[in-house]
Design a binder for this molecule. Structure first.
Ligand code: ATP
Length: 235
């Protein structure tokens, strides 16, 4: 479904991604783990067209998306939930969700999808008329995921959904990520520093170090991998 082939991405002279190869099949939950500054967010930015690769190719459903603009990439079915949520604080929850559906033409289905999201996240339903900025951190993360789902993505890119949240809320969010994958058949690409939780949620995973993919394996094997345990799980 989504293939990165020898992707090299730069910020000016900084070579942030070095010959990155990643393959994601439809229906999978794939995680990308790595330390601060390893290049995780840059991979998502390259896929979303915000920081396009300088060389290499990104294919989505068999077509190159290298030179496609970020809004068209969303329209193709790729939605990103950015690190730090970035919801609209001065818009209500419903208005935030409407923004997620901004590019859609099938207006009659939008209401139905909003009802699905309210079932998925009852707390978001309860807060529907509140301003986004008045929500707790966990609720804002749920709203950010909901807003991305309103674009009806085929693949959801999640950047550090656990960041700064209490363990109980993180568990709720990860349970819902699994539910979205199973019920909706949405493919998930999950970038996380919480490697233990991410690997317990994903089918397969990649490890990135200094802009290079160094390991790729099933999530079960990565959980047993001594180098991964030592560097990312703290065992
Ligand atoms: P974190 O977990 O801290 O978000 P990350 O793995 O997502 O880290 P990136 O944010 O992708 O890492 O950063 C990869 C490299 O690119 C780092 O060396 C970082 O300093 C650099 N970098 C990221 N964004 C920019 C930018 N806007 N301008 C210049 N360099 C950048």
């Amino acid at each position: 479904m989504l293939n990165l082939s020898n992707v090299n991405t730069f910020y000016g002279n900084i070579h942030a991604l070095k010959d990155v190869n990643i393959e994601i099949s439809q229906g999978e939950i794939i995680t990308l783990i790595g330390s601060n500054g390893a290049g995780k967010t840059t991979i998502l930015m390259s896929i979303s067209g915000i920081v396009p690769p300088r060389s290499g190719e990104i294919f989505f459903m068999g077509k190159s998306i290298n030179s496609i603009s970020p809004d068209k990439i969303v329209a193709l079915g790729i939605s990103q939930v950015p690190e730090g949520r970035r919801i609209f604080p001065y818009l209500t929850v419903i208005e935030n969700l409407d923004m997620g559906a901004f590019l859609r033409k099938d207006k009659d289905r939008i209401k139905k999808d909003m009802e699905y999201i309210f079932d998925l996240f009852p707390i978001i339903s309860k807060r529907r008329n509140q301003l986004g900025g008045t929500l707790s951190g966990g609720e804002q993360q749920m709203l950010a995921i909901s807003r991305a789902l309103m674009a009806r993505p085929l693949i959801l890119l999640l950047d550090e959904p656990s960041l700064g949240l209490a363990p109980l809320i993180v568990k709720q969010i990860f349970d819902i990520i699994k539910k979205i994958n199973i019920e909706n058949k949405t493919t998930i690409f999950l970038v996380e520093q919480n490697a233990n939780l991410a690997l317990k949620t994903a089918h397969r995973g990649y490890v990135i170090e200094n802009g290079c993919i160094t390991i790729s394996d099933t999530a079960d094997n990565l959980l047993r991998n001594e180098a991964v345990k030592k560097a990312y799980i703290g065992l």
